[in-house]
Design a binder for this molecule. Structure first.
Ligand SMILES: NC(=O)c1ccc[n+]([C@@H]2O[C@H](COP(=O)([O-])OP(=O)(O)OC[C@H]3O[C@@H](n4cnc5c(N)ncnc54)[C@H](OP(=O)(O)O)[C@@H]3O)[C@@H](O)[C@H]2O)c1
Length: 366
């Protein structure tokens, strides 16, 4: 089979694979005008509105079709699942700066292994930013910003309020469809196994009392490695208490464990994917470090796809060295940011609200 070929062209477009999807289109709106953009997907006709409004280009690249894809680009962002690592391998081989926001933890392990092995025919090494922490890396980025103020991070606890009215694309279901598989995290400096949807509790997230329960997200793997955090937990809940209770109840009786196979896939998908017309993304990130505890409440009235695109945009700026810091080649995670003090202002500039307070004084602290 002929190989995909991405050639590093510092003056070429930024390639967004999956770039006219729900998250991709938000990224186009945020990045258009800064760099030329080339969008790729199975049916580029779906990019017609973006092409008209933002003077971007679109080409066909079906990651499930062996036909090779070739392009010159200054950087590539994966905004669609890349099950065979085609985009990553081509970026490594071509020395093209790379950002990914789609990988669940096991896929992130695989990508990290691939990066450390290096491509046999690789060009000059480029930055590889695995930015799949919740919301395109926004959670670990905010954790890094708070850790910077606190002199480090011993504990990072995140509560997510997922608005059921929000938009999400079909490609995002796979990330959620892992509720039958236990995952490993670090708690009190020890590795421990956690069952999805266990450990439910009520938190005040963005001013809403929300029942949240454990979920596997990549920052629970990366933050102990990067910031040395001894405990990292992420929990998710939904804007509908009934929906959360149903999922937690199904988790409790072992439904997702027993219904893991292909036969149950349509049922699981119906449970996990019922997108709406638009909603608000809300997160609460609490960090404990040597100088105390801080809690950041992050809200994006434009919803989770926009917030994820903001995470991807910050990642893109970083791998392109667009913020004045040198882009280090090789594997990096969002929270190993060279300028953590710039993260919260950059989020606010992108229309994301961030309130930071000590927990006792935090607005609506739980
Ligand atoms: N890290 C996070 O917190 C976070 C948050 C939200 C989303 N995400 C991830 O972001 C990704 C995109 O989510 P989304 O909601 O934007 O999904 P989406 O709306 O379904 O968008 C997927 C895009 O990829 C294209 N595509 C689908 N299959 C393809 C293939 N085989 N080859 C090439 N292109 C293909 C689609 O266009 P065609 O149909 O024309 O191919 C579409 O443009 C998902 O993987 C999701 O898990 C991550």
């Amino acid at each position: 089979m002929d190989k995909d070929q991405l050639v590093h062209d510092p003056h070429g477009p930024v390639l967004l694979v999956g770039g006219y999807g729900t998250v991709g289109a938000e990224l186009v709106r945020a990045a258009a005008g800064r760099w030329p953009l080339l969008l790729a997907g199975r049916d580029p006709r779906k990019a017609a509105d973006l092409i008209r409004d933002h003077a971007v280009e679109a080409r066909r690249w079906d990651l499930a079709d062996p036909a090779p894809f070739r392009a010159g680009s200054r950087a590539v962002v994966s905004v669609v699942n890349d099950p065979d690592d085609r985009v990553l391998r081509a970026a490594l081989a071509g020395g093209v700066p790379y950002v990914d926001v789609t990988r669940w933890t096991a896929r992130l392990h695989r990508a990290a292994a691939l990066v450390s092995l290096g491509a046999p025919d690789a060009g000059a090494p480029a930055p590889v930013l695995l930015s799949s922490g919740w919301m395109g890396g926004v959670v670990p980025l905010v954790a890094a910003a708070l850790a910077d103020r606190l002199g480090g991070a011993d504990r990072v606890e995140t509560a997510i309020r997922y608005d059921l009215a929000d938009r999400s694309g079909v490609d995002s279901v796979e990330f959620m469809d892992r509720l039958g598989i236990d995952f490993e995290v670090r708690e009190d400096g020890r590795t421990t196994s956690v069952t999805p949807l266990s450990g439910a509790r009520t938190r005040n997230v963005g001013g809403h009392r929300t029942r949240v329960a454990r979920i596997d997200t990549p920052e629970q793997f990366t933050l102990p490695l990067t910031l040395g955090a001894r405990t990292v937990t992420t929990r998710i809940g939904f804007s509908s208490a009934a929906a959360t209770s149903t999922l937690v109840g199904l988790g409790h009786i072992g439904f997702f464990r027993h219904a893991r196979g292909e036969r149950w896939r349509p049922v699981r998908r119906r449970l996990l994917h019922a997108p709406g017309e638009g909603g608000t993304a809300a997160l609460d990130i609490e960090v404990e470090g040597p100088r105390g505890v801080l809690r950041a409440t992050v809200t994006d009235p434009r919803g989770q796809a926009h917030l994820t695109a903001v995470g991807a945009l910050l990642g893109l700026r970083r791998v392109l060295g667009a913020d004045g810091a040198v882009a280090r080649p090789g594997l990096v995670f969002p929270e190993s940011h060279p300028l953590p003090g710039t993260v919260l202002p950059a989020l606010e500039e992108a229309g994301v609200r961030v309130e930071v307070a000590a927990p006792a004084a935090a607005t609506g602290a739980a």
